[in-house]
Design a protein around this ligand. Sequence first.
Ligand SMILES: [Zn+2]
Length: 384
Amino acid sequence: MKHIEFKAKIIEKGKNEKGKFVVLEPGKFYPDGKGGQIGDRGFIGEAKVLFSEENNGKTLLYTDKFPEREEILCRIDGNRRHTISALHTAQHILSAVLEDRFGIKTEAFHMSESTCTIDVAPVSVSAETLEKAEGIANEIVFANLPVKKYYANKEETEKMNLRSKHEVSGKIRIVEIPGVDISMCGGTHVDFTGEVGLIKIVKKEKVKKQYLRLYFTAEKRTLSYIRELSNIANAVSETLTCGVSELPEKINKMLSEIKSLKKENKNLKLNALKDIVSELSAEKGVISEREIDFEKGDFMTLLAMLSREESGKPFLIFSKKGKSVGIARGKNCALDLKENFPELFDKFKGKGIVKNAFLYAEFGSKENFENALEFARAKLKNHG
Ligand SMILES: [Zn+2]
C-alpha cells in the first residue's frame, strides 16, 4: 500500500510523563483508541511516531525525538492504515449482518495490535449461526461493494435507518455500504468491501455473563491466522504420521489409550505395593526396614498401607535417591510418631508430614538424610 505523504505545520510541542509529543495541522494521523481503533504510525520528518492519543479534540503524537523544523513533510504508514481500515470495515459488515439477519446487536468494538473483537448480545449464539453470519459477511466482501463516506446534517440523519448512532453536533460523518450498512462513524475505512479480504471469526468467549465476545480477523491478519493453524496442523500430523483430517480421531484414540495405560499402571503399582506390605508384615523382628525407589506419592501410599496393617511393629522405609525417610507403625504398635521423632524435622531439617501413625520427611543434604536415617533406626530398635 502507498504511504500517505503530506506537508504539515507543528502547532504545538510538549513533554509529559508519557514522553515528547507534537500536534500537527492538518491532523491527518488517526489517534490510538478513538472509536475502538488503533492509531496510525509513521514519520514527522525524521521523528518516528511511537503512539498517540486524543486529548481535548487534539491528537498528541508521541515521537522518539522532536522534529527539526516547524513546517515538515509527514508520512503515514500506508500498509498499517489499510489493515486498520480493513478490520474496521469488516466490523461494520459483521455487525450489520449479525443485527439485520439474526437480531444480534453489537455493544462494543475493540482493536489491538494483535486482536479485533466485537461484544454482542445475547450471550448465547450457536456455532451454526456464527458460521452463517461469517458466510454472508464474506459474500459482501466478494461482491466488492463501495464503502461511501459523506457528511449529513441532523435532519438528514433522522430520515436514515442508522445502525450505529450517537449524539453529535454539527456535520455528521456517515459511512454507508449500500444495501448492507449505514452508520455514523468517524473511523478509517477502505473504499471497497473487496479490500477487507477474508473475514474469519476465530474465537468466542463469554464476558461477565452479559456479552459474547467475538474475535475476528480480516485482510492480512486472516492469512497470518491460516498460516499459523496450517503450520501447527502439518507439524502435528507429521509427528503423529497421519493426515490432517484424521487428527481428531487419532488424538482421541491416543487419549483413550493413555487413559487405559494409566489405569493399568496404577493397578500394577498398587499390586507391587501390596507385595511389599505383605513381605514386610511377614518378617520377624522388632522393626522392618526397606529401601525403595518410589516417587513421593507412592512412598506416602506405602506408608498409609503399612499403618493399616494388623502389626505390632514399626516399619522404616527410605529412599536414597529422594533423600527421604518414612516411618509407619502397625495397628497394634503403640508408638506415637508425632511425639517421638521431632528431631527429624528440627535437628535434621526434614520437610514433610507427621501423624501419630506415620511420618514422611525429605532432607536437603545427603548428610542430614543419612544422620536422620541412622537416628530413626536406632530409636526404633531401642523402642522395641
Ligand atoms: Zn466505522
